[in-house]
Design a protein around this ligand. Structure first.
Ligand SMILES: [Zn+2]
Ligand SMILES: [Zn+2]
Length: 314
């Protein structure tokens, strides 16, 4: 059959629309809540960031602020200001979320051992911050300063998201169960290299081996925290989360089944594309869709668990 000019135009118009649609979040009616992104991330402009989230398919994004810039041991003399990624702070995240209310919310944060830290965090919780994040500082996880933050989280009924990185951020991972027991009404989100590497029982903490490969043995510290403590959750974001999900796919299927109510999608990627091999977030979404044992579990991981965990989410 010969194609009329009008048919041709219609077909190419549809092709153009189809090409413009987000590829990863192909089903427009399926929400994706991204609980882990940053503003100004490695200098990424706002318009590029907005497009990144749209192309990736995120329908709601939570912006995690940095603390203030200070030169203290807890910021490694300033090295980790801006969350070591030029991430912007509370006020910038709040302002951005206010002017993009449909798809953006924000968390509250501060360097835990500066004067007035909990006062600053509380101020932004009262202004609408949904959780305390991203806690990425060189402090003991059971220090008085961190416990002040856990107590504040308990009072405001918000989760605390922590970046675990051996000898760098949040020290004393193996003792953290004491905090899980002491603050049973605070929900904690584990994130980053040391959190994910320690799913594997055979892993030994090593600051030079933060992205271990190969088969996983169940029963590592993180795996046990998730099993044994109702208030411990896992943030699937970043290269560390993606590495943990892809290094042993048979393990992952079982891991996602066992912890189907405890794992939450986040992207934490700074690329400009929102798709393809540079974009960890879109790859994590694809892996979740491919390896989740059921559609029901996939939905829990991509948005259902986030809604349960973070009060006040629309
Ligand atoms: Zn992080
Ligand atoms: Zn990305």
């Amino acid at each position: 059959m010969t194609q009329t000019r009008r048919d041709f135009l219609t077909t190419s118009a549809f092709a153009a629309i189809a090409a413009a649609l987000p590829r990863t979040g192909e089903a427009a009616d399926e929400p994706i809540i991204d609980i882990h992104q940053h503003l100004g991330y490695s200098g990424r402009p706002d318009d590029v960031f907005l497009r990144h989230q749209q192309v990736m398919g995120a329908t709601l994004t939570i912006l995690l602020p940095a603390g203030r810039s200070v030169n203290t041991p807890s910021t490694h003399d300033g090295v980790s200001n801006g969350l070591q990624a030029q991430a912007l702070g509370n006020e910038a995240c709040r302002t951005f979320a206010r002017s993009h209310q449909k798809g953006y919310r924000f968390a509250a944060n501060e360097v835990p051992d500066v004067e007035g830290a909990t006062r600053e965090i509380e101020r932004y919780l009262k202004l609408g911050g949904l959780l305390i994040a991203e806690q990425k500082f060189g402090v003991e996880c059971d220090s008085p300063e961190m416990q002040n933050i856990y107590a504040l989280a308990q009072e405001h009924r918000v989760p605390v998201l922590m970046h675990w990185q051996y000898k760098m951020y949040n020290y004393g991972f193996e003792r953290f169960y004491k905090m899980l027991e002491k603050y049973p009404r605070v929900n904690f989100l584990g994130h980053a290299q040391t959190w994910w590497a320690n799913v594997d029982k055979k892993y030994q903490d090593d600051e030079k081996n933060l992205y271990p490969k190969g088969p996983m043995t169940p029963g590592g510290i993180s795996d046990r925290y998730l099993s044994d403590y109702p208030n411990m959750f896992g943030d699937l974001s970043a290269g560390s989360g993606l590495n943990a999900l892809t290094r042993d796919e048979e393990f992952t299927k079982d891991f996602l089944r066992r912890h189907q109510d405890k794992l939450v999608f986040g992207s934490d990627c700074s690329d400009h594309e929102g798709a393809g091999e540079k974009c960890q977030g879109s790859q994590t979404i694809a892996v979740i869709r491919r390896l989740a044992p059921s559609k029901e579990i996939e939905r829990k991981l991509l948005y259902g668990n986030a809604k349960r965990l973070i009060r006040k989410l629309p």
